[in-house]
Write a protein that binds this ligand. Structure first.
Ligand SMILES: [Zn+2]
Length: 363
């Protein structure tokens, strides 16, 4: 009798554990309880033997580090964010290594923090994204980084036919680069808005440039110039605790805002995927830049009906509009023959930009 009772309890306990295991497994795999973590790499410029600029007697490497740590500390409190620093103390790190850290962490965003200097009395804060010319190098890195997957087991199943040596896969990577540029422009605008509107710093706007450190990363990336140390007033502000807290918090707020936007897009995608099947539009981006051109055919090598769209302080020029992928591919050839060698296809779902591969999949 005693034996039987013990046996009964054991069976109950076992059943309980089996159910617990199934529950935990389902919770894990259904993502209900495990949120996606956004990986943000924060890169304090310079360090160690490289002090950066020494305007007004301040050290860029120290100010960049202090602000970077403020940004990271604020973000790290968020459950859905994981912060990685390229350096958290006064050490020298090669430029390529900084990008490498972000690439290997599969980061969602890379933010490099610097201070500017000039012989004039220039002042103000600015944020940079990589110029289009620089993107070629990232593409090479993306190819190299992705080549690593060939060494992984079962890569064919896991990466669904991705072959880093095939032209199509490389085109996929190019499209990814363009998406990265859009996202970089988005986060850069949010940072600049906070600097200019909330902190009333002189707004040096979002600019494109060819910073080496931005050429090493394969995810959306920006470089922030907090201000000019060479300007006495601004140098003093940036070297102060108050200035560093204000600038750091502005960057952190902008990043949180950016992530909320990313999440919102995902939610919209899931909710509306079903009825959007017919609402896919393809266009060809033929050019982008700071110049606002009239959309007349004489400005675009004879192309009719060019559309101009403003994204922060940049303009994008689109040609064509079709829901047929084959058609847009033909138009792309036509546009390239006209001399727009770097033109590429973009996709929209109900007016929202999405990746071309997603658009094709949905159809
Ligand atoms: Zn610097």
């Amino acid at each position: 009798m005693r034996f039987q009772q013990t046996h009964k309890i054991n069976t109950k306990t076992k059943t309980f554990f089996v159910f617990l295991c199934i529950f935990l497994f389902l919770a894990q795999s259904s993502n209900v309880f495990s949120q996606k973590k956004y990986v943000i790499v924060i890169d304090a410029g310079h360090g160690g033997k490289d002090p950066g600029n020494l305007g007004s007697g301040y050290k860029e490497k120290n100010i960049a580090l202090k602000v970077a740590l403020i940004v990271g500390k604020k973000l790290a409190k968020k459950k859905d964010i994981k912060v990685i620093y390229t350096r958290s103390k006064d050490v020298f790190i090669d430029l390529w290594k900084r990008g490498d850290v972000a690439n290997h962490a599969k980061a969602d965003l890379f933010v490099s923090i610097h201070c500017d200097s000039h012989t004039s009395n220039a002042h103000g804060a600015g944020t940079f994204v990589l110029g289009l010319r620089g993107n070629k190098k990232n593409l090479e890195i993306a190819k190299r980084e992705n080549a690593v997957i060939l060494l992984e087991d079962n890569y064919k199943e896991r990466y669904k036919g991705f072959d880093p040596n095939s032209a199509e896969s490389v085109i996929g990577l190019s499209l990814l680069q363009e998406e990265n540029l859009d996202k970089s422009l988005a986060i850069a605008s949010l940072i600049q808005n906070n600097f200019a509107l909330k902190l009333k710093r002189e707004d040096r706007k979002v600019k494109q440039d060819n910073f080496q450190v931005l050429r090493e990363t394969i995810m959306p990336s920006v470089l922030v110039e907090l201000g000019f140390l060479t300007n006495k007033k601004e140098g003093k502000y940036l070297n102060s605790k108050k200035g560093q807290e204000q600038m750091g918090n502005s960057i952190a707020d902008a990043i949180q805002n950016y992530i909320s936007n990313l999440k919102l897009n995902t939610v919209i995608d899931v909710v509306t995927q079903q009825k959007m099947v017919d609402d896919i539009e393809y266009k060809i981006q033929i050019a982008s830049g700071k110049n606002k051109l009239a959309t007349k055919s004489y400005n675009f090598k004879g192309l009719q009906d060019v559309e101009r769209v403003q994204v922060s302080s940049f303009y994008k020029y689109y040609y064509g509009n079709t829901s047929n992928y084959k058609e847009v591919k033909k138009s792309l050839e036509e546009v390239k023959r006209k001399g727009y060698k770097t033109a590429f296809i973009v996709a929209f779902k109900n007016g929202e930009k999405i990746s071309v591969s997603d658009a094709v999949k949905m159809q």
